[in-house]
Design a protein around this ligand. Structure first.
Ligand SMILES: Cc1cc2nc3c(=O)[nH]c(=O)nc-3n(C[C@H](O)[C@H](O)[C@H](O)COP(=O)(O)O)c2cc1C
Length: 341
């Protein structure tokens, strides 16, 4: 039994608050965003997983992310991960020439390899370096604003590195620059993805940052969205969802219209996702992409034992035929009465 079985209900959602699909490296790239957009829609903006401008961005695997042909009918914002303003400005020029209107700067990635080079959330621990980088981005000789005055630069940030006391210094640096938006994920780098989002820090971000703010973190259904939208209605411009949308790709439609995703829709979505990856990847690699997606999808199964059983069947499958059999078995289980959370 589904808790809500695909029935429409009238919902009043605040349509002034935009809905964003979060960047997730190796997960929410162009293949995923095309398929989720085609099946469920209701996503106002999509962010590419981070692109590192260390190599010429048009020559690396990022090229597929940026190609206009791979992003038709979607509002896509490329995300850049660097602390080098020269490399940023060079990449920004290429991206703007392709027709993009905004770039998002990654100030949130918590991975140790990224942070040890003072990138991602690693740069938050040295506000002076952050200031130098942003000065080069916004005011440097090769700043994108010299060629494209209306270009937008937004950021996606955590609220500090190790300590919440760091936040005021970071905020005062950020406030020196005309960011179009700051998407705040209220965790420290040291939190990684565990524990609850620090809502007291989100409150502080709302007060201390001057740019428009959007919220990101741990939204897994309409209730979570409504709690945020209700409380911060007058302050936020958007809500970004990552893992919750990979688990439940119908989440944006449900937020906007109340219509819950059905098991059939989930199955069709996952099949289409597989076939779409298959156009670019070997069967083995496409299966491994889908296994990653399933690691989120199984959270929809409420019963712990069933969840583990379904996941094991998917993970153990080898090759296309076995994977497809496992998918069918999973669907049957879901339809036989496993409740969605
Ligand atoms: C596997 C994975 C990959 C991620 N890749 C990126 C990335 O490329 N850029 C980024 O800004 N955040 C990245 N994130 C962070 C998410 O965008 C998001 O901030 C985080 O998952 C919290 O939001 P959620 O609870 O809605 O998922 C990633 C997270 C995960 C789990």
């Amino acid at each position: 039994m589904w808790r809500i079985c695909g029935r429409k209900k009238e919902v009043e959602t605040n349509i002034m608050i935009r809905l964003y699909l979060a960047p997730m490296e190796e997960v929410t790239g162009y293949v995923f965003r095309n398929v989720i957009n085609r099946h469920f829609g209701h996503i106002d903006r999509f962010y590419t997983p981070f692109i590192s401008p260390d190599n010429r961005i048009t020559k690396t695997r990022s090229a597929g992310e940026l190609l206009n042909a791979n992003n038709e009918g979607m509002d896509v914002v490329p995300q850049i991960l660097t602390n080098d303003s020269e490399k940023f400005n060079e990449a920004a020029g290429l991206i703007a020439d392709m027709g993009y209107k905004e770039i998002n700067i990654n100030l949130g990635c918590p991975s140790n390899t990224v942070c040890s080079k003072f990138r991602g959330s690693g740069i938050l621990r040295v506000p002076e370096s952050l200031d130098r980088f942003l000065d080069g981005v916004f005011n440097g000789e090769d700043s994108i604003f010299r060629r494209y005055p209306d270009f937008r630069i937004s950021a996606k940030m955590r609220v500090g590195y190790r300590d919440t006391d760091e936040f005021s210094d970071v905020a005062s640096v950020m406030n020196r620059y005309p960011f179009s938006e700051m998407i705040v994920h209220p965790r420290l780098k040291s939190d990684m993805y565990s524990g609850k989002p620090r809502m007291d820090m989100f409150d502080r971000a709302c007060k201390e940052l001057t740019a428009p703010i959007s919220y990101n973190g741990d939204i897994t259904g309409p209730e979570g969205y409504e709690a945020i939208a209700g409380k911060y209605e007058s302050r936020i411009t958007g809500v970004m969802i990552g893992r919750g949308a990979v688990a439940d790709p119908g989440i944006f439609r449900q937020i906007r219209t109340g219509e819950r995703m059905t098991a059939d829709e989930l199955y069709d979505f996952l099949n289409d996702l597989y076939e779409s990856y298959r156009q670019h990847l070997s069967a083995e690699n496409a299966v491994s992409k889908l296994k990653e997606v399933w690691s989120y999808t199984v959270s929809l199964i409420e019963d712990e034992k069933e969840r583990a059983r379904v996941f094991k069947t998917i993970i153990k499958s080898r090759g296309e035929a076995e994977y497809k059999d496992a998918m069918l078995a999973a669907k049957r289980k879901i339809m036989q009465g496993i409740r969605f959370m």
